[in-house]
Design a protein around this ligand. Structure first.
Ligand code: ATP
Ligand code: MG
Length: 420
């Protein structure tokens, strides 16, 4: 039998409740802050990613699913959301009324080594804001994410790390100094880091190799290359977070994997998920729109790894799959048409009611067994008597209580009260 592709997972009905909870909460919070959803295609021209993400990033170097279509055009499965949102915003002239707040949700694809917390198809929920250059919007995004963690019950298990990468000029100066410093110590670094000295030296700071970490203990930091404006931006962010009571940790080694970041970068990290503990990451990318050939509009955003957020929520609480309120049991020739029509009227009257019809006939006993299996709260039983009298019998299956026979109007009143 054919199996799913390695690193690409099914999300089964028994697991879906947590996903839906996270997605619903996120959607609701985005609306409360004035964000609008945008959906872009999963496939884009490969050049979109090579031009915007940077040739020397992990994603472009080795993680993209790239192929030629039947017309020999090079296409890639999107490895992240920002590039596509920028493309779409420019293509459809969305950047005339600013700031523009958008969010997205969907699958992303990266050819990485599958492991705990790392898949080849994974899902991100992200936001992008265009046309706001100050630390106020950076702070708003962090307040919004902090709210989401609170509402999901995971706030105590995450911490916020922040850093600044300065503007492109400061970064360039620092990059050169860092490169010179690293070249002198190249023989003490792991192979990946050694290669990155020339291609993407900031990424060396982000290494997980213990020997390299020791070798770069006293590495010069970007903070020493920052000028007044960048410092003011960063200080402004910290002050806004403090005023809102959002705890943060300054992590001078925090750099992001993609080239386009400027100023603020941040990660929300947990210790509860093992090595892959970053559940949400983002920052500012002021040059990205211009890089993409649009006008020079500042941007800031983040993406959270949905699998990791779901795993953390599951660590902290049990979210049960939805069970039926009522399982409809019907026996006798007249019961089926009467019962199914009654069920439709109940669904009309009580939209929140989860009512599951028994399908496939059989005796009372077998149908009750099914009702138990599906975890229904009540069995609604229709036999000849109920049909003749225009009634229904209702029997509690999970709680104590007697079976009662109700006329339709009373049934509606009872169930409406119950599902409230
Ligand atoms: P890492 O250093 O873990 O590879 P990254 O810098 O590649 O992270 P981003 O591109 O910033 O990650 O993606 C944002 C978030 O998406 C990550 O913090 C993580 O939660 C999630 N994520 C990234 N790659 C994967 C993956 N392969 N599987 C599952 N989640 C992922
Ligand atoms: Mg990665």
């Amino acid at each position: 039998m054919t199996q799913a592709i390695r690193g690409m997972h099914d999300t089964l009905p028994e697991e879906i409740a947590t996903w839906q909870q996270v997605e619903d909460q996120a959607r609701r919070i985005f609306e409360r802050y004035g964000f609008h959803e945008i959906r872009t295609p999963i496939l884009e021209k490969t050049e979109l990613f090579t031009q915007t993400l940077g040739e020397a990033t992990d994603v472009v170097e080795k993680e993209m699913y790239t192929f030629a279509d039947r017309n020999d055009e090079s296409l890639s499965m999107r490895p992240e959301g920002t590039a596509s949102v920028v493309r779409s915003a420019l293509q459809h002239s969305l950047l005339h009324v600013l700031p523009q707040r958008m969010w997205y949700l969907g699958p992303m694809f990266r050819y990485e080594k599958p492991q705990k917390g790392r898949a080849r198809q994974f899902h991100q929920i992200g936001v992008e804001v265009f046309g706001a250059a100050g630390p106020d919007i950076d702070a708003e995004l962090l307040m919004l994410t902090a709210r989401l963690w609170r509402e999901l019950g995971i706030a105590e298990h995450v911490r916020l790390e922040i850093n600044t990468l300065g503007n492109p000029e400061e970064r360039k100066n620092y990059r050169e100094a860092l490169q010179a410093w690293l070249r002198e110590r190249a023989d003490q670094l792991d192979e990946d880091s050694k290669r990155r000295i020339e291609t993407n030296p900031l990424r060396v700071l982000d290494t997980k190799d213990p020997q390299t970490l020791a070798a770069i203990k006293d590495v010069p930091l970007l903070a020493d290359y920052l000028q007044e404006e960048s410092i003011a931006h960063y200080e402004g962010l910290k002050a806004l977070l403090d005023a809102a009571g959002i705890a943060w940790v300054h992590n001078p080694r925090l750099v992001r994997g993609l080239d386009y970041y400027t100023h603020t970068v941040f990660e929300w990290v947990t210790d509860r998920l093992g090595a892959q503990g970053t559940i949400c990451a983002g920052g500012r990318y002021d040059g990205l729109c211009a890089l993409h050939g649009g006008k020079d509009v500042p941007g800031v955003g983040f993406a959270m790894g949905l699998e990791r957020v779901v795993a953390l929520v599951n660590e902290c609480q049990e979210i049960k799959p939805l069970h039926p309120h009522v399982y409809l049991i019907m026996a006798g020739d007249a019961a089926l048409p009467y019962g199914m029509a009654l069920a439709e009227r109940l669904r009309n009257e009580i939209p929140a009611l989860r009512l599951q019809n028994h399908i496939g006939g059989g005796g009372f006993k077998a149908q009750f067994k099914r009702a138990d299996r599906f975890g229904a709260e009540f069995a609604m039983i229709i036999g000849d008597d109920e049909v003749n009298n225009g009634q229904a019998a209702l029997k509690p299956l999970l709680a104590e209580g007697e079976q009662q026979v109700l006329a339709e109007a009373d049934l509606i009143t009872f169930l409406r009260e119950h599902v409230k």
